[in-house]
Design a protein around this ligand. Structure first.
Ligand code: GLA
Length: 371
């Protein structure tokens, strides 16, 4: 394994353990996680492999096979972390006195900027390795929560639990139906190939700079709406009509999205369990319209990808992840894949946009050791 060879070359010994954790796409349930709602992500075949050894001192030595320099970064203090190293150092920081320093080499193949959660893959691979090495006994969900805290409190991104939970808990051939309040989860079979279907990831290759700020703003709007409605979280809205009557402006639209989206997740799970995956397309389309018009987190590149995919014969399509760029997904019959790709590529070409990238999405396993 090349990450082990790089570890050996940089640190002069074999790593004590090696873990692999994947990125994710979200089939449906967008911006519901931090509202205590439902999500349905699945792990993608791309992820991060982390080779790790503990150290007796506080030093952190980090090597990334994707970094321009082949030399490891040596961090004497946690405050020295910059860029991608913050996700790793954040995990160590959240473990507090339970761990000291570490030697870490990482090798990632999640397409960058595609919104497929490379940061969660990084956090979960490193946290899983440290969990094993220090005998911490954390469950996969506790590893996910640790990764989320690293991102919330150390990196400063107020994300929900979906990405880390998907990376830690997904199973091959399944999507993860997660209740973000109770943190109870079930692996739902997602055998699309048996039905002649595929999920195509359409990476717009555009990521808008303001995404982080807009994400925090949406989250604040949801929390404010929950206060107005006198509920702990938007999950608790049972009478949508009555709730909407008490709200106005943007908060009204946000609540409409969050509540209907969580219902769509349950409907998709029902169809998958009933062996009717071809019928989830309409729910994917409805999710996209709601994210575009009510939650206002789409982008022209995502909208064109979704519209062109559907026009090209996809059974349904939607943006996936936080929004403002990144990727869309399309549910496509196998014999339509070429037509759909062509339709999206032509739509981009007509607008003189850089060509989108197409990736096949087969549900991959969650975090696991490789040693
Ligand atoms: C990002 C966050 C997740 C989730 C999605 C939107 O990916 O990291 O926690 O909120 O956006 O569904």
């Amino acid at each position: 394994m090349r990450v082990v060879e790089a570890f050996r070359a940089a640190f002069g010994a074999d790593p004590a353990t090696v873990w692999r954790a994947p990125g994710r796409v979200n089939l449906i349930g967008e911006h519901t996680d931090y509202n205590d709602g439902f999500v349905l992500p699945f792990a993608v075949p791309w992820g991060v492999t982390a080779a790790v050894s503990p150290r007796d001192d506080q030093t952190i030595r980090l090597l990334s096979l994707q970094a321009p320099s082949p030399e490891p970064l040596v961090l004497a203090a946690r405050d020295d972390a910059r860029g991608w190293t913050r996700y790793v150092v954040g995990v160590l920081a959240m473990l507090g006195d339970r761990v000291r320093g570490a030697d870490i080499a990482v090798d990632g193949d999640v397409p960058q900027g595609a919104g497929l959660s490379s940061s969660a893959a990084l956090e979960v691979s490193v946290a899983s390795a440290l969990n094993e090495l220090h005998g911490l006994g954390m469950t996969p969900m506790e590893v996910a929560l640790l990764g989320q805290r690293a991102e919330n409190d150390f990196v400063g991104m107020p994300c929900g639990i979906m990405d880390q939970a998907a990376s830690a808990l997904c199973r091959e051939g399944h999507a993860l139906f997660l209740d973000c309040r109770t943190l109870g989860s079930r692996n739902v079979p997602l055998d699309l190939a048996a039905h002649g279907l595929r999920i195509l990831i359409i990476d717009t290759r555009v990521h808008h700079e303001h995404a982080g700020g807009e994400y925090a703003k949406r989250r604040a709007e949801c929390e404010s709406a929950a206060r107005t409605l006198g509920v702990d979280a938007l999950r608790d809205v049972t009478d949508l009509g009555a709730a909407l009557a008490r709200l106005r402006g943007e908060e009204r639209k946000r609540v409409e999205h969050v509540v209907t989206e969580s219902h769509r997740v349950e409907a998709v799970v029902g169809l998958l369990r009933a062996g009717r995956p071809a019928e989830i397309g309409a729910l994917l389309n409805a999710s996209h319209l709601s994210l575009r018009d009510k939650y206002e987190v789409s982008s022209p590149e995502l909208d064109v990808a979704v519209e062109a995919a559907v026009r090209g014969g996809a059974r349904g399509a939607r943006m996936t992840g936080g929004g403002f760029g990144g990727s869309a997904i399309a549910l496509v019959a196998e014999d339509r894949l070429d037509t759909v790709r062509q339709a999206v590529s032509s739509a981009y070409e007509e607008r003189s946009w850089q060509p989108p990238r197409f990736l096949p999405a087969t549900p991959a396993p969650g975090a696991h050791p490789l040693t």
